[in-house]
Design a protein around this ligand. Structure first.
Ligand SMILES: NC(=O)c1ccc[n+]([C@@H]2O[C@H](COP(=O)([O-])OP(=O)(O)OC[C@H]3O[C@@H](n4cnc5c(N)ncnc54)[C@H](O)[C@@H]3O)[C@@H](O)[C@H]2O)c1
Length: 392
């Protein structure tokens, strides 16, 4: 087996250029930058100046059959993700895709199928999974420390963006170009962590406010009310129009609760399950002894570089993937269901829902807008921005 994977980056804008720079500067053991691809000449020129020896492609189909790469990293606008991923997997390449897996679960399933059928690696850049506090919260919930879950509430409103951000590229904030707003671009990380820690809801209702704070065609503020199999409820609130905003996750169960905020986690644990006390106590306001513990993060958030390293380690050494491609279907199911609910005046939508119907409705919205294409950038830095890591 080779000790290095030749990886090509498709879409060398804000994110792709940072990934390309990270790989080209040798920060990921086992990955070498083999090619870059973008439809914009100016982006290829940028690459030519920084990576003069790396082959450049303007057409991703040609890249896939060129034999220059063993793997690709997709960092294009969202509607291309699953199409490129499926084609690359079927061409025998491994795939690491930026989030989300696509804009509709219906389309994304083809990429997941391609990975299953070819046995090639398919992973998603859900970099916030590398945050040690979220990993710890998942462990505590999944090992039953909180007992049976009753409720989760995530207020994640510190994804502030200005109009200049939305105007920076024509694909942004349109149904055709981006597939949605804050739920499709910023909140996928949190929707993923929410389901990774608490499990998938079985239904939800949503209010998605289009253009509440910005001149855009999609939602910049959303509130989701979810239900789980055991009757537990969940509330998820997100926005790009609040400042300073909040990042606070509270999870409560029959044996206690967890609160993650300000980069710390606090755990309250009951010595006895509340479900038992409710019916056995003779007092009307029983006091159940509660232990408290503050938990600080152990280890670092390795973020994007960590996911790149994990991708290489998985292919070369069989390390389990932090975020397999199929996992990307979960957070996308939540946001697709939220749109479906919002488009049906807030009616409750079961999960799974009619994925084909959602895809058709989304296409209708996109068609009504016309085609949006990318446009030139002025401020691509070629490095990871702090705002892409977990912010408290
Ligand atoms: N994981 C994270 O923290 C994070 C952060 C920012 C962005 N992203 C994701 O990265 C992806 C790209 O976002 P961005 O901010 O870099 O956008 P961007 O507009 O800066 O870059 C997209 C690039 O793709 C190119 N492109 C468009 N169509 C193409 C095609 N057919 N073939 C090849 N290239 C094509 C564009 O020309 C552009 O250079 C999105 O999926 C976004 O959600 C992830």
């Amino acid at each position: 087996m080779t000790d290095s994977i030749r990886i090509a980056v498709i879409g060398v804008g804000n994110m792709g250029s940072a990934h390309a720079q990270c790989i080209a500067s040798g920060q990921v053991e086992g990955l070498t930058l083999a090619a870059v691809c973008d439809i914009q000449e100016s982006r290829l020129q940028w690459c030519a100046e920084r990576f003069p020896d790396v082959p450049r492609f303007i057409n991703w189909h040609e890249l896939l059959t060129s034999g220059t790469a063993d793997a690709i990293l997709i960092a294009t606008p969202h509607p291309l993700h699953a199409e490129i991923a499926a084609a690359a997997l079927r061409a025998g390449l491994h795939v690491l895709s930026e989030k989300p897996v696509d804009i509709s679960v219906f389309r994304a399933r083809e990429a997941v199928r391609a990975a299953e059928e070819t046995g090639k690696t398919y992973a998603i850049m859900l970099n916030q999974r590398t945050n040690p506090l979220f990993r710890k919260a998942r462990e505590l919930v999944q090992t039953g420390v909180l007992g049976e879950l009753k409720r989760s509430v995530w207020i994640i409103t510190n994804w502030y963006r200005t109009q200049a951000y939305y105007d920076s590229s024509a694909w942004r904030a349109t149904w055709a170009g981006e597939g949605g707003g804050v739920l499709l671009n910023q909140a996928p990380h949190n929707l993923d962590l929410w389901q990774w820690i608490c499990g998938m809801p079985v239904s939800l209702r949503a209010q998605c406010d289009v253009a509440r704070y910005h001149r855009i065609a999609v939602e910049d503020d959303a509130t989701l009310f979810a239900r789980y199999t055991n009757g537990a409820t969940g509330l998820f609130v997100t926005s790009t129009g609040e400042y300073p905003g909040t990042n606070r996750l509270e999870i409560s169960g029959t044996r206690g609760k967890l609160v993650l905020e300000n980069g710390k986690m606090k755990l309250w644990w009951l010595v006895q399950d509340e479900d038992e006390v409710r019916f056995t106590s003779k007092e009307s306001l029983a006091h159940i002894p509660v232990g408290e513990e503050e938990i600080l993060p152990e280890g670092e958030e390795t973020a994007h570089r960590g996911i790149l390293q994990n991708f290489a380690n998985h292919i070369l050494h069989g390390e389990p993937l932090i975020a397999p491609g199929a996992d990307g279907l979960n957070e996308l199911s939540i946001s697709n269901a939220a749109y479906l609910s919002a488009w049906k005046d807030g009616t409750e939508v079961g999960i799974p829902f009619d994925e084909e119907e959602f895809d058709r409705l989304l296409r209708e919205k996109a068609a009504a807008e016309g085609k949006t294409v990318g446009q030139d950038h002025h401020d691509v830095k070629g490095e990871y921005s702090e705002r892409w890591q977990v912010r408290w």
